[in-house]
Design a protein around this ligand. Structure first.
Ligand code: IPD
Ligand code: CA
Ligand code: CA
Ligand code: CA
Length: 270
């Protein structure tokens, strides 16, 4: 089957998980724990994980599911996977706990180590971003559906660089990476997937994540950005890897940017 044969069912699964997250968020009554890597997890992460993994397994019993909230699956077991679902049930757990509302549900389909379909659902705005390799990237909301482009809001004669940054990140550490002759505007918003979607729809030029990032954080965002005309790469301007090594983290810094910008000139070399 082709990814377009699953996309609507996978979107429905992301929405179902998002509704469960939103219910817990609005109720304001959730359990919180700290995982072995010292990051938080809540009962909303687990509820979304359970909904998505059981629904995807039912939808495509032959395609394995890999979620952030799974127990570690050894590389020896997953290395042979031709296709798998790569899931972050709740991206932006910190934002969920802080009450900013800027969190999302991520489902990607990876084939031969490359994301070929991606869905990012934003429960609080009920916006869906999705893309399928070769078929474009789209934003669906109560206003309808439109094809998105990472270039659309950027004027060629506008010299400023619009950077998507986290509320919790020191913007100076991001700005240090860029040639300071360019004026930088900061666009502040929650989790990794949402910031990536801002780039995909042309509301920001770039999102830099400083530090290791899980493959589930970037899988869906990568195909959405690529189909919107942008790119996802590390700071050596190399592509990210998927399911090619034991660790599910990409160790380098990640740059998500529109292809119309001269990244090799913009980034300050070490
Ligand atoms: C995190 C968020 C955060 C980003 C981290 C991610 P999580 O994901 O996307 O914004 O800076 O790299 O791990 O743990 O909330 O799913
Ligand atoms: Ca997490
Ligand atoms: Ca995440
Ligand atoms: Ca998560």
């Amino acid at each position: 089957m082709k990814p377009e044969d699953y996309v609507e069912q996978a979107i429905a699964i992301a929405v179902e998980a998002g509704i469960a997250i939103k219910d817990i968020y609005l109720e304001g009554n959730f359990d919180k724990e700290v995982k072995s890597d010292n990051t938080p997890v809540t009962s909303a992460d687990i509820a979304a994980h359970n909904i998505i993994t059981s629904a995807l397994t039912k939808l495509t019993p032959d395609i394995p599911v890999l979620s952030e909230e799974d127990a570690d699956i050894p590389f020896a077991e997953r290395a042979e996977w031709q296709r798998y679902w790569l899931v972050d049930p709740l991206d932006g757990t910190g934002e969920f706990i802080a009450g900013s509302g800027d969190f999302s549900v991520i489902i990607a389909l990876v084939e031969h180590n490359r994301p070929i379909m991606g869905i990012v659902y934003v429960p609080m705005t009920e916006v869906i971003y999705y893309a399928i390799a070769g078929l474009g990237a789209y934003k669906r909301s109560c206003k309808g559906e439109l094809r998105i482009s990472s270039r659309q809001l950027t004027c060629d004669d506008e010299p400023s660089l619009r950077l998507a940054v986290s509320r919790r990140q020191d913007p100076q550490s991001v700005l240090k990476l860029f040639n300071q002759s360019r004026h930088c505007d900061l666009v502040v918003l929650g989790g990794a997937a949402l910031k990536s979607c801002l780039v995909a729809e042309g509301r920001a030029d770039c999102y830099v994540r400083i530090g290791p990032t899980g493959e589930w954080d970037t899988g869906a965002a990568q195909i959405i950005i690529e189909e919107a005309g942008g790119q996802v790469m590390d700071l050596e301007l190399q592509p990210l890897s998927y399911n090619e090594r034991e660790s599910l983290e990409n160790p380098n810094f990640i740059v998500v940017g529109s292809t119309h910008l001269p990244w090799d000139e913009l980034l300050v070399s070490e």
